[in-house]
Design a protein around this ligand. Structure first.
Ligand SMILES: Nc1nc2c(c(=O)[nH]1)N[C@H]1C(S)=C(S)[C@@H](COP(=O)(O)O)O[C@H]1N2
Ligand SMILES: [Mo]
Length: 367
């Protein structure tokens, strides 16, 4: 009798412990991302292999050949961080589906926290891309799980933690492909914003415009990737969706700055020099005037500016905000100087008559 009672107690205790453990377990998984954790396992979605995309269980990535490598992460601020990473190669995973990184025009990684980044073609085709599940011999921390992409010898902005989606760009199944159109129009941001509504940037006193307003008013080809260059030579390409939902902060520190108050910090681009969308580039004269190799003694060199953005033709049409326009030939380009006077953009030509000067210059188009 006493023995049975003891047995009962022991069974009860064991049962309670198991029950408790399973309770706290479900709670544990609930607090992790509900998007990723579903039906008992993390998956990564790959878009571009089949219509609708495929879901790859993280266990399948763990079953790839194990690669371990010492790498140095370099953040946007230049901070260096050494680590030892372990994972499988994206190339091996794709090869199972008869695709190679070498066939792609680009890649986009999307994370659960809203971070996303485009990996340019030259990196995709030349580097190892590790899908890491261990760092320094330990499983990933909660804020990086389930996978962190690691591209050795490339900056940490490409090392996406909380990976949820891999978009292949340039396969026949991907929605996006890269058609390069030639640049035929250069818009000056300083002039363009005078005709756009400004809003406060988040809860700061800084002013901002919506990129969608800018695109609607000035950019004809609104589709495709956006290529961005900052005044410190930083370059990146951004997805059209992220770009068109963002703002350009036009006043205060690091203006012009691409960002949004709710966008992950690492996605903002400070000190925008110019960006390009389809056949149109938009340039900040204010920023360009701070870039040594774009200026001459007396202002911004038109010649250097056309070279930097890639606008090139036999003849150009220069148009002001009020519609005033003049034509110049490519022979006159070397004489063109751009300045800001009383806040407005002014272009003058040393060799040409005064009527070829344009105040409030809005655009330069190829004739
Ligand atoms: N999911 C996600 N991954 C991310 C980011 C982010 O905000 N979210 N920031 C990126 C940027 S810009 C950098 S510099 C590094 C920072 O890595 P660390 O937090 O390990 O230093 O992670 C990259 N990967
Ligand atoms: Mo960063």
């Amino acid at each position: 009798m006493r023995k049975d009672f003891k047995k009962c107690i022991i069974i009860f205790i064991v049962f309670s412990v198991v029950l408790l453990a399973s309770c706290s377990n479900t709670q544990g998984t609930k607090t992790v991302n509900k998007d990723v954790v579903q039906s008992g396992g993390d998956t990564i979605t790959i878009i571009g292999l089949q219509e609708g995309g495929i879901k790859v269980p993280v266990d399948e990535i763990k079953a790839l050949e194990k690669v371990t490598k010492d790498v140095i992460s370099i953040s946007s601020s230049g901070e260096e961080n050494e680590m030892n990473v372990t994972g499988g190669l994206l190339e091996e995973l794709l090869q199972k589906h008869k695709v190679s990184l070498k066939d792609l025009e680009g890649l986009r990684f999307v994370a659960t926290d809203g971070y996303s980044i485009d990996i340019p073609k030259d990196i995709v085709q030349s580097r190892d891309i590790i899908l890491a599940y261990e760092i320094d011999g330990e499983p990933l921390h909660e804020e990086s799980k389930p996978i962190r992409t690691i591209i050795p010898d490339e900056r940490a902005m490409y090392w996406v933690s909380q990976l949820s989606e891999i978009q292949l760009i340039g396969t026949s199944k991907s929605s996006e492909s890269k058609e390069e159109s030639t640049l035929s129009n250069l818009i000056f941001l300083d002039s363009a914003i005078t005709a756009l509504e400004t809003v406060n940037y988040g809860d700061t006193d800084d002013q901002a415009i919506k990129t969608s307003d800018l695109m609607d008013k000035y950019i004809k080809e609104k589709g495709g990737e956006v290529y961005i260059k900052a005044s410190d030579d930083f370059e990146k390409s951004e997805s059209n969706q992220v770009f068109s939902e963002a703002f350009i902060k036009t006043t205060g520190e690091n203006a012009p700055m691409l960002g949004a108050p709710d966008m992950p910090k690492g996605m903002t681009v400070k000190d925008l020099l110019w960006f390009r969308l389809g056949d149109t580039a938009v340039l900040s004269v204010e920023k360009a005037l701070q870039v040594d190799n774009l200026i001459k003694e007396d202002g911004l060199s038109l010649e250097n500016l056309l070279k930097d953005t890639g606008l090139s033709g036999e003849a150009y049409e220069l148009t002001a905000i009020d519609g005033y326009s003049v034509n110049i030939s490519s022979d006159d380009v070397s004489q063109g100087i751009i300045n800001k006077e009383d806040g407005s953009v002014l272009i003058t030509f040393k060799n040409l008559e005064k009527s070829k000067s344009v105040k409030n210059l809005l655009s330069i188009k190829i004739k």
